[in-house]
Design a binder for this molecule. Structure first.
Ligand code: SIN
Length: 479
């Protein structure tokens, strides 16, 4: 139980709070203690939520853009006004340091502000007609009811990135959060009430993923599915959704390279790699997964980086000094252990961390491995934990080849002071997002998304609205 009026243990459907006999128990990963529980809703309630969203859609889509924009702006303000309280819920259920949770709530709010502004700029088109007595008009229309399935690693921001775009475009939404972190999601029901979102425009439903996702795919009133999560689940969901011709947006896994060239500003590279790797304990799909360092600076980078990592403070996210919280669960810790064991058995050495943390539960030491090679598991598989593997390369061509040698293509990073190299490498990297001399690239104003097995569709930015909009062509004759 968390003392907050935003802490709700029920679901929000059609403006009403709904309970259910079966419950999913939620624990704090930092202590293993039970925080509360949410209903394990299924097919019937998912259909109820879709029906509510569909009824609301018919009125919501008719609202002038300025009214939808105003609702988004009020959402922005409500998130910011309650930043601390919401961040606390986030940290308690997810584990990330409170300062990162504060950042995430602000990040979530920024999507409502951004898409509120964009709501008024959804322009159509007039196309020069090939006939003198006919006109061609293109209008942009909201897709309809959107089903959003969101992950545990950014429980506040990932709903916002989808819901804000949907609302701005004139869509309504049924959101299903991850069962590990439902309370940041149910808080949106309270926020929706506070800011006067009409009933049914936002619906939050908790429960086991499969029946909810299947119902979203099958119900004809739901027109689009947006998912953030693993590539494996994303592929299964997308293929099911395509059987019913739903539009899909998939923001899936990554295997982000951070390339450090000989000519890089090393202090900046250390700082960038550190923030990219250890943000959210390495549990983001844009976290550095492979750090590729050019031979000439390999040893000095490895030493400085390992020394910086050793200083990170591990602990409960609510403690002010904490830099790294716990991992989400025991399975996550086992994956980290598997990656380290495999790498060490094939010749890598541990130069920082390498063990479960003395604090117990799912705390793990921030870890650095050196002499990592492409044949190791960690080179191919997303670790989603606080382990930085250092690979060595000799030439620019080799670095690009190594960076692209993955089925993923979400985020990538590199550090260089050479402008020509910056352009060459940027153009050759097969990734949806590239940061040069920076370790964090997420912002509401830029298009977030990947290529290859990292999915498709873009979130945030002016491009983020496209996924929620249908293009309609009207031919007017007899003029
Ligand atoms: C994610 O890991 O899914 C999102 C990370 C971000 O938005 O920065």
């Amino acid at each position: 139980m968390i003392e907050s009026r935003f802490f709700r243990e029920d679901c929000y459907i059609g403006g009403d709070w709904i309970d259910g006999p079966e419950r999913i128990v939620v624990t704090n990963p930092a202590s293993g203690k039970v925080i509360g529980s949410v209903p394990n809703l299924g097919r019937k309630e998912t259909d109820d939520a879709i029906n509510a969203a569909h009824d609301a859609f018919l009125a919501w889509r008719e609202k002038p853009a300025i009214e939808r924009a105003n609702v988004c702006q009020r959402f922005y303000q409500a998130l910011m006004d309650n930043q601390q309280e919401l961040a606390r819920i986030l940290t308690v259920e997810m584990g990330k340091p409170f300062k990162e949770s504060m950042g995430e709530v602000a990040y979530a709010a920024s999507f409502f502000r951004w898409f509120g502004e964009e709501a008024r700029r959804i322009y159509g088109d007039v196309i020069p007609s090939p006939w003198s007595d006919k006109r061609i008009i293109v209008t942009k229309e909201p897709i309809g009811v959107v089903g959003a399935i969101t992950p545990w690693n950014f429980p506040t921001a990932m709903i916002a990135r989808k819901a804000a775009a949907a609302l701005a475009a004139g869509c309504t939404i049924v959101a299903k959060p991850a069962s590990q972190t439902p309370f940041s999601a149910t808080a949106y029901g309270v926020l929706a009430d506070d800011v006067g979102v009409p009933p049914g425009v936002i619906n939050i439903i908790t429960g086991t993923a499969a029946p909810i996702a299947d119902t979203m795919c099958e119900n004809p009133k739901l027109r689009k599915i947006t998912f953030t999560g693993s590539t494996k689940i994303g592929k299964a969901l997308a293929s099911k959704a395509m059987q019913h011709m739903k539009r899909v947006s998939m923001e899936l896994g990554g295997n982000a390279p951070v390339i450090i060239f000989d000519d890089a500003d090393l202090d900046r590279a250390v700082e960038g790699a550190l923030i990219s790797k250890y943000r959210n304990s390495g549990q983001t799909c844009v976290c550095a997964n492979r750090i590729l360092v050019q031979a000439g600076v390999y040893d000095s980078f490895a030493d400085t980086f390992a020394a910086a990592v050793a200083k990170l403070k591990v602990g409960d996210g609510l403690m002010e000094e904490t830099d790294q919280g716990p991992l989400i669960d025991e399975l996550a810790v086992r994956k980290v252990e598997r990656h380290i064991e495999d790498a060490v058995s094939k010749g890598a050495s541990i130069i920082a961390g390498g063990n479960r943390h003395a604090k117990g539960f799912t705390f793990y030491e921030p870890t650095v491995l050196r002499d990592v090679t492409p044949d190791m598991l960690i080179a191919r598989d997303e670790t989603f934990g606080p382990v930085a593997p250092l690979f060595k390369f000799h030439t620019e061509e080799e670095a690009v080849q190594m960076a692209n040698d993955t089925e993923y293509g979400l985020a990538s990073y590199f550090f260089t002071k050479d402008l020509g190299r910056a352009f060459r490498v940027m153009e050759q990297l097969e990734y949806g997002m590239i940061a040069i001399n920076e370790g964090i690239l997420s912002t509401e104003v830029a298009p977030f998304g990947g290529v290859k097995d990292s999915g498709h569709g873009r979130e945030g930015s002016k491009y983020g609205l496209d996924d929620y909009i249908n293009t309609k062509y009207a031919l007017i004759g007899g003029i």
